[in-house]
Design a protein around this ligand. Structure first.
Ligand SMILES: [Zn+2]
Length: 433
């Protein structure tokens, strides 16, 4: 049900294994004869063309790719074809570690026409798997820049015959009117921006529950799989929330199916997922926490083979109610290894803080500051509350829930309404002092 490429999406585990080996062998035959990055990386290794088992190959990291682009500017050596075969360039904004505050610098990513067609195919799986239909009208409320953002989602929607509503370069208020007047049924944005649209709608007396939006398709932040954040978005729009994930350098790699019990499927027809213990590098058991490592199988212009995503996940290979055997990340992405906070002896992902704070309906927006000046890092939680809320009471209840669930209490500051930043794409709610 909801298949985009039925013969691949219906495969069982054995069938998927065979598909992986076939696609991998075809990719290696194409890539290894010309791609200097992998020629250098695999020099001296002996492996047969089927690369079975895959774990005979070394892992690739973001630092390695970034270092390669720095030493062979501007695009690095992970290019399988001559430059005139490439038709797209996208660029990341650069990640800054929440722990060290250091910026890793942007990555540039080139695609050939074939690689970009593959990217659109992955989006076809996301749309079809989520139950999006040809009668739907998909709304894209963000500005298109060098960030890969929803470019592929937009172009896939055009190619696959959906009605598209681009809404860049508009205020949030103007976007709301555009969404309502043109009867959009699917909203494609970050969880943060879905909540921002809902906030402005509420300020302007617009009942989004009365809009035609039936699906809010979110990505770019963990929020799409955080229960309290999902509930908030679903209630504001009277719509179903579907999560999916991706990265500029690897592609759009997962989707939530219409029968999902939560979490997202890895698009296993186009990716090989592994979950590894980040310290030992060995595979963890099904359902255990580890780092997601991905190999993409169709982006031959600049492929990533055994790429460490830095994303912490729990993965299961049990068959899903939708009939697919595609592995499922049970809770989406829990957080990035780099973003883990260490507060008073506890390891905390910002997504855990968000999940807790969003359970309080009085909280409109929040921000986290981590104060490293004290002997043990202290977490300061800034809250904007809905009008008429009793700040002292809300702060006390939130503090108790922190202690019960996360084993520490934050310092809570109630700030003036509208004083915290709002975001159109990925939110940056954590700051260091
Ligand atoms: Zn499913």
């Amino acid at each position: 049900m909801g298949y985009f490429v039925a013969e691949e999406e219906r495969l069982d585990r054995d069938g998927l294994g065979a598909l992986h080996r076939r696609k991998l062998a075809a990719m290696f035959e194409e890539v290894l004869s010309t791609n200097r990055f992998y020629q250098n990386k695999y020099r001296g290794l002996s492996f047969d063309a089927s690369c079975d088992p895959l774990d005979a190959l070394p892992l690739a990291t973001r630092d390695e790719i970034h270092g390669d682009q720095m030493s062979s500017p501007p695009y690095g050596t992970n290019l399988t074809y001559p430059m005139d075969r490439y038709v797209r360039l996208h660029q990341t904004s650069g990640t800054s570690s929440l722990v060290t505050g250091e910026s890793a610098g942007p990555l540039r990513w080139m695609d050939t026409a074939e690689s970009w067609a593959w990217f659109r195919k992955c989006w076809g799986v996301i749309y079809s798997g989520g139950g999006i239909e040809k009668s739907d009208r998909i709304f894209f409320p963000f500005s298109f820049g060098p960030f890969i953002g929803f470019w592929a989602g937009f172009e896939a929607a055009v190619e696959q015959g959906y009605f598209v509503l681009p809404a860049g370069g508009m205020s949030t208020s103007a976007r709301l009117q555009h969404l309502l007047v043109n009867e959009a049924t699917v909203l494609n944005c970050t969880p943060t921006y879905a909540l921002r649209l809902a906030e402005v709608a509420s300020e302007e007396g617009i009942d989004l529950g009365g809009s035609r939006v039936r699906i809010v398709l979110v990505a770019g932040e963990p929020g799409g799989s955080i229960p309290a954040t999902r509930v908030r978005i679903a209630e504001a729009f009277g719509a179903r929330v579907l999560d999916h994930t991706g990265m500029t350098e690897i592609g759009s790699c997962s989707f939530e199916c219409a029968e999902s019990p939560g979490g997202v499927h890895v698009i296993e027809s186009e990716f090989i997922p592994e979950v590894l213990d980040p310290d030992s590098g060995s595979a963890v058991a099904d359902g255990e926490l580890g780092e997601l490592v991905l190999t993409n199988l169709g982006r031959w212009g600049s492929p990533l083979i055994r790429y460490r995503t830095g994303d912490q996940v729990r993965m299961t290979r049990e068959r899903c109610g939708c009939g697919r055997w595609f592995a499922r990340l049970c809770d989406g992405i829990l957080g990035r290894t780099d973003d883990m906070l260490y507060i008073r002896g506890n390891n905390v992902f910002p997504s855990a803080v968000e999940g807790l704070v969003r359970e309080f309906g009085e909280v409109r927006e929040f921000a986290i500051e981590v104060n490293r000046d004290t002997a043990l890092a202290e977490l300061v939680l800034k809250l904007e509350l809905a009008g008429g809320s009793d700040g002292v009471d809300v702060a006390k209840r939130i503090s108790t829930r922190f202690r019960d669930r996360l084993q520490f209490s934050p310092k809570i500051l109630v700030v003036e309404s509208g004083s915290l930043p709002r975001f159109e794409m990925k939110a940056r709610r954590v700051a260091w002092r």
